[in-house]
Design a protein around this ligand. Structure first.
Ligand SMILES: *Cc1c(COP(=O)(O)O)cnc(C)c1O
Length: 230
């Protein structure tokens, strides 16, 4: 846990260097610290070092952390697969959901978003990897899903998210990110006004920033290797 502030600093330096290399402003890219599988104390250590936005992937795991860290006023992002019977705590406790891939889930989030809160920021997750991946809507379905989500009250459609298939081939990964960016541009040409591209993780954030990422989701490089309880 003592390495978290140094790791955070290193990740922020990588982001700054990638922004410089891409000719983009540092402020154009936000860091989401992905804290899944790590205890609340690790989030607290990152928050003490200045990090405000944290991502979680599992509702069951996230709820006790939201409660344990409520005093910090952190910004929580849900980034994992979301079943329609588990949307309520996410609608109530998060500022963002990156992983909307079905209209039914978006409808439930919209209905369950407390009216006194600002709209829930939403990204539609797109499968840019074809048969190599199962999560995300097909690129051909993204326009219709985005339009339907944008029409829901209580939600604010912000953009697109993708998790390319794991690969050491950075040229391939970069093509996947480029595909998401091209889709965003196409949807914006149709009038959607998407300002967010959520893409890039610990091993490929530089490629994502080169292709226009506005949020990079980084876990391992901040908190260390994950050990899943089985
Ligand atoms: C776990 C996870 C991340 C973080 O991945 P790292 O390789 O640990 O940086 C990012 N995005 C999603 C959707 C995740 O599930």
């Amino acid at each position: 846990m003592t390495t978290i502030p140094a790791n955070l600093q290193a990740v922020n330096q990588r982001i700054a260097a990638a922004c410089a290399a891409a000719g983009r402003a540092r402020e154009a890219v936000a860091l989401l610290a992905v804290s899944k599988t790590f205890p609340a104390a690790c989030v607290r250590a990152a928050a003490a070092a200045g990090q405000r936005a944290f991502g979680e992937s599992y509702v069951q795991e996230a709820l006790p952390k939201f409660a344990a860290l409520a005093d910090l006023g952190l910004e929580w992002h849900f980034i994992g697969p979301l079943q329609s019977n588990k949307t309520r705590p996410v609608a109530e406790g998060c500022a963002w959901v990156h992983s909307v891939e079905r209209l039914k889930v978006a409808e439930r989030l919209a209905a369950q978003r407390p009216p006194q809160l600002p709209p829930l920021n939403v990204c539609v997750q797109v499968n840019v990897s074809g048969e190599a991946s199962k999560s995300g809507c097909a690129p051909a379905e993204a326009a219709a899903l985005c339009r339907a989500v944008a029409a829901l009250p209580g939600l604010r459609l912000r953009g697109l998210m993708a998790v390319p298939e794991p690969s050491e081939d950075m040229a391939l990964v970069r093509r996947r990110f480029a595909a998401l960016r091209a889709l965003r541009d196409e949807l914006n040409a149709q009038g959607l006004g998407l300002d967010t591209l959520s893409m890039g993780m610990s091993h490929d954030l530089e490629a994502a920033i080169m292709e226009g990422a506005t949020i990079v989701r980084v876990g391992t490089a901040i908190f260390g290797e994950r050990h899943y309880a089985t």
